[in-house]
Design a protein around this ligand. Sequence first.
Ligand code: PMP
Length: 441
Amino acid sequence: KNEFLLKQQAHRESNARSYPRRIPIAIEEAEGIFVKDVNGKIYYDCLAGAGTLALGHNHPVIIEAIQQVIKDKRPLHTLDLTTPVKEEFVTELFDSLPKEFAPKAKIQFCGPTGGDAIEAAIKLTKTATGRQSILSFQGGYHGSTHGTMALSGNLGPKEKVRGLMPNVHFLPYPYTYRDPFGIGGEESHRISSQYIENLLDDPESGILAPAAMILEVVQGEGGSIPAPIEWLQEMRRITKERGIPLIIDEVQTGIGRTGEFFAFEHAGIVPDVLVLSKAIGGSLPLSVVVYDKALDQWSPGAHIGTFRGNQMAMAAGTATLNFIKEQDLSGHAKRMGELLSEKLEQIQLSYPQIGDVRGRGLMIGAEIVNPEGKKGKNGSHPAAPSLASAIQRECFNRGLILEVGGRHGSVVRFLPPLIITEEQVLDVAWIFEQAIQEAVN
Ligand code: PMP
């Protein structure tokens, strides 16, 4: 049955389809961390909609919230006209913001995807500053539209699409395993911030006054790379001192995933613009930009769109935000993430093919390398993308869905729902160990 549906999909859907190529499954049912395919085989879902399913599949509080919308005859679509459902969502979201941010925050509802909200954030900061260049980071991922592709590091999809948004300047991200400065440790972060500061202050750096700096606190698609806390604090200082709005893209990291409600909270900083999507819609499509009202220089109608703020998604989102706070799922994600990292590090002792285990909370990556390959200047072994794919395949065969990503397609990424239990973490690590054993032999 799987094969028939997959064949139909391959026949009818675009050649651009991506996940189904590596995860050849037709899903019939799903609950919590599990999905069941049409043949009745059950899998752990540690991709979880690329980090979207914070509460896992079909969580009762989400189902109830959706059913309530229907029972109460709430409108399903209102453009951006307000409703009690929207008011509740905004209140719940603003209540979740840090105290320094909430009183000065404004919200813009965007189209259904993370990329839509990034587009809005760029338009917002360009409008407010009257400037046009944007500072982004190597390895960053912000979406698949013309604007967001221009902000993303991955050249693969960019090369064939001419005429992307101009004036994006890429800066080195503190990828400690493959340190861009080849030094490692704190010294490298210091040099990184000095380098960036120098670029901004040098009248001959060639960089026009930036409208914004955009960054991920933990690069997701770039390979689950957490930025060091001090470096994040430096980026905040540098942008603040120069009046450059700081956009933090929490599309993947937001809402508990990294062990804090927002990932920027690890560094005790506050962005000027916060971009949220994925988990905030409780499995349904929703994206927003939350920003310092000083930036609200938009004129009426400056950012419109039909599907801004799906009512069902807002109801599911309110239930999700509320549940995460009530159950302290951020704290749980931190503990489960530590346990999973610890297990992966133990496995690493027997498998030098795992070059690096890293992440924050339940956003963890294991970078797969060739331990016999010549070490680069930064002291790391060469990436081993085909081995990473083989491990992913072996995991899949054993009932574990994982994503592979990163610069070289060599990072096995763990993004389970935040509700994962200790027992399940151990089981996932065990399957991964069996898979790597099979793949390296
Ligand atoms: N920013 C980040 C950090 C992301 O991880 C993603 C999606 N993986 C996006 C933006 C784009 O979101 P979407 O796919 O919903 O457009």
